[in-house]
Design a protein. Sequence first.
Length: 148
Amino acid sequence: MRRLILFVAAGCAAFAATPVASITSSSDFQLSGASVTAAGVSSWPIMAGDKVVAGATAATIRFIDGTMVTLAPNSQVAVQEKKDDLSLRLVNGFMSFTLAPSSALSVYSGNTLVQAQPGVATTASVGASATNAITMPTPPTPPSLSRH
């Protein structure tokens, strides 16, 4: 009987989902249809197949490869996996993301593949108004060079 229990436990562990990313937010958000209270928890795991809807503030998603995504308030994404290919699909709203140098993540805005270079901040929107956009700081103007 003990061997059977160990076999069943090992089999269940083999099929357990592995997180592909984590999410942080200062406000409540939805994860696969369930409301998540952000207070007191530093981050929540995201699995392939999950859908995320940001709450009243931006949410940050960090993939295990280091890719960073900032999801604007009330925006929605889906994390999808086909075979071994992982993708992030913006369903509605606005997001900014920076692919990690070795990232194999495919990013879609609706049904359109977003062309992005690793290390370069890229934005995408679907049905989003300008008011949904994430406010990005403006880089400082370099000082002018003058010859004396």
